[in-house]
Design a protein around this ligand. Sequence first.
Ligand code: PEP
Ligand code: MN
Length: 670
Amino acid sequence: MIIVLEKNIQKADKENLKKFLQSNNFNVNEIDGEEETVLGAVGHLAMDPRKVEIMPGVSRVIPISKPYKMASREFKRDNSIVQIPNNRGQIIRIGGMRLASIAGPCAVESEQQMMDVAKAVSSAGAVMLRGGAYKPRTSPYSFQGLGEEGVILLKKAGDKYGLPVVTEIVASEYLPIMIKHGVDCLQVGARNMQNFEMLKKIGATGKPVILKRGLAATIEEWLMAAEYLLSSGSKDVILCERGIRTYEKATRNTLDLSAIPVVKSLTHLPVIVDPSHAVGIRSKVPPMALAAVAAGADGIIVEVHCNPDKALSDGAQSLFPEQFDKLLRDIDVLAPVVNKETTRIRGAVVNLNTAAKNVKDGSQPTQTKVSCAYSGSRGAYAEQAIMHYFDGEAESKPCANFREVFQAVNNGESDCGMVPIENSLAGSVYENYDNLVRFEDISIVGSIKLRIEHSLLSNEGSSIDTIKTVYSHPQGFAQCSDFLALHPTWKQVECLSTTAAAKMVATKGSSDVAAIASVQACNSSENCKKLNVLKCGIESDPRNYTRFLLISSVTQNSSVNSVESKLIQLLQPSNGIKMASFAFIAGNHSGALHESLGVFTDLDLNLTRLESRPIQGQPWRYMFYADVELRRNGKNFDESETATLLQAAKEQLNKTTEEVHLLGVYIEIN
Ligand code: PEP
Ligand code: MN
């Protein structure tokens, strides 16, 4: 049963309640949700919920109707996120808004094979390395795996590239070997899904587990197997759909894609997909991996081999590294469509203000949450961008407008800020271009693209026909122009943000007003919760993306080892496109802009964006903004190449322009 606690429950009452449940043989788990704290109590014997309901501090009791208790959504409403640390002090997160890619060969064969494949998959963007050391083969005459030596080689390769490792456990007697050699995650294979004695022993180790769906297991049987793990001590269980037996012989198994949304509605556990064992044919793996992501999977686990024709097992379904690399690039493109962000091995999240002091002292930065300012209130698109950029690990701070975001960063109230800079439908957010030059000590330290879906939010009792006035941010109006053209009589009132518009409509409470905002804006205040979605997806084109800039007052410095550049590295993810942004005033003579842009041509830098803005107080004079890629042949420049090129660019621009600013060097995600 789920026991919802009163918000202000006394500590002693909570302890008392826990003791009471434990003395009645209930296993008790406290779950802190965003809105309420609950106790999940699972026991062998049923208890009359009224006995608990009358205890002090209890708000209500909800019985769990499903046979699987701890695995069910009733037990925990929010998605669980499994956290697996690597050997670099970073944490790989699976679940929530992330898409994780796990890759490696079917079986560990040799040290060289593992080193080669680990290098390939980590550079493509995998966050965990797989490889079987004990193989459950159909024939006793097939390669059975290298055993303990295989575990050692897997871990060695994972450590070299910062990848935690996952390997299959086929019998509980091998658990001590797995633990001794530091296996980060245990895989329970399809053939062992219902090996209940082994599940109990694995649960007792407390290690993260990937639980594959059995060859012919129903979804309920699969969740009951997860329940064995959870009830015996596992906290981190990841479910893996890997295809089931059907009458179809064209593929090795039949990938049950519909299981993904079904399972995700029944459980809070992350669900990943193994398209390799599902289809058994290399060319069919990437399309099914993409389909799995589209269906809502939290990640994929894929077999990759540098020389699949020589593989000792499952060569026919193993991808070449180039195919895996292309697959991950395709997933990157698909991710914003399903409102997810690909998990990458990124720099540790630190508090910049504390870190600045520590780097100066020479001590290690302390691991605390970054604070990030944004314009709008809870539920704003910029807040979603912060969640995506920092994997939900930053503290977001609402501000009244863009200028306040820059000010909060400038005077150190916030470590960084997230501001929109351009939208694929409505174009540039000019105010922020101006702010980038106005606030001289602020630099761009990151960039991320977010898919924007707008809805028409209104009060109870309204319909499209009752609406007379719509509230939104000017960008909201611009991005929904086709929809608004269908309603020419509606009055449009501009607000500071889309969430401010939602609040305005909720406060008015009448049936003749509506707001254009995200569905999440309904969570922006208690009052907004009563808003209804009158129509969703009203943006003129579903391919509607906004690019946000992460700004910080850490100044860019061409010296590679400066305190600043160290701090910037801490904030930057390792994957993505390295960029530099410049602002300059071209000279006032014929060919002046051509000369300035020629600097980038001479240095062989790809210019990806050019924008111009009138300079305040100087009519008919313009500031140009240029973004260039700091990469060649698909590879980002390293620190020293970057420093040399930027130095050269600055020197030459100084000659050809009247004024030049380097606005930032950063990684653009997606
Ligand atoms: C494997 O992942 O190597 C494996 C044997 O998978 P499954 O248990 O899904 O067949
Ligand atoms: Mn295999």
